[in-house]
Design a protein around this ligand. Structure first.
Ligand code: AMP
Length: 180
């Protein structure tokens, strides 16, 4: 079993609903146990046009080797209608492997920790929310990197939804009554 962290993002269609559905989709995989889910965040697009993004981070435990996890991410993106007309195009769903255990991987089609994790508030902020002490291989404590991305617009989305199922996945048990 390996603990991994996935970054989820979307800015096309009903992006908020897509992220919720994608978390359920991950939780339904036999090979995955979802351990925690961050709040939902609204963020400014970076190096891209289009609408604001919605982002969250999921902590999971998996029996999948990292390449199988990447293939699963691509399959789920495809199921949610992901197309890649050009680099950084708006997207119905983007799934990134942020961390996979303590592994460092540097191959043509797979880099872990994700190469943009330490540069992006939309990945760092939700990651630190669900695991305040998390250490990023080669970079140290994620919390210590937050200052360097503090100029990037990111706001936590508040929801009146009282859904108990998704709330149970929240990493912050003190923050009851939140399902996003
Ligand atoms: P994107 O356009 O952000 O979905 O990028 C997808 C491409 O990034 C895929 O072809 C992946 O093989 C590659 N990639 C490299 N490292 C990672 C990673 N850690 N997580 C997800 N995709 C990755």
């Amino acid at each position: 079993m390996t603990v991994a962290y996935l970054g989820l993002g979307a800015n096309l269609g009903d992006a908020r609903q897509t992220l919720k559905d994608a978390v359920v989709c991950l939780a339904q995989q036999r090979t995955i146990t979802v351990l925690a889910k961050s709040s939902l965040y609204r963020t400014a697009p970076i190096d891209a046009g289009g609408d604001d993004y919605f982002n969250c981070v999921v902590k999971l435990e998996t029996t999948l080797p990292v390449r199988h996890l990447l293939a699963l991410c691509h399959k789920i993106e495809h199921q949610f209608g992901r197309e890649r007309p050009f680099r950084n195009a708006p997207r119905t769903l983007d799934l990134d492997i942020l961390l996979y255990g303590e592994q460092s991987i540097d191959e043509a089609d797979l880099i872990v920790p994700h190469p943009r994790l330490v540069e992006r508030a939309f990945a760092l902020v939700p990651l630190v929310e669900i695991d305040a002490a998390i250490v990023i291989p080669q970079h140290g404590r994620a919390a210590a990197l937050l200052d360097s991305v503090s100029d990037q617009r990111i706001e936590k989305v508040k929801s009146p939804c009282q859904c108990p199922m998704l709330d149970a996945l929240s990493g912050n048990s003190a923050d009851k009554g939140r399902c996003e």
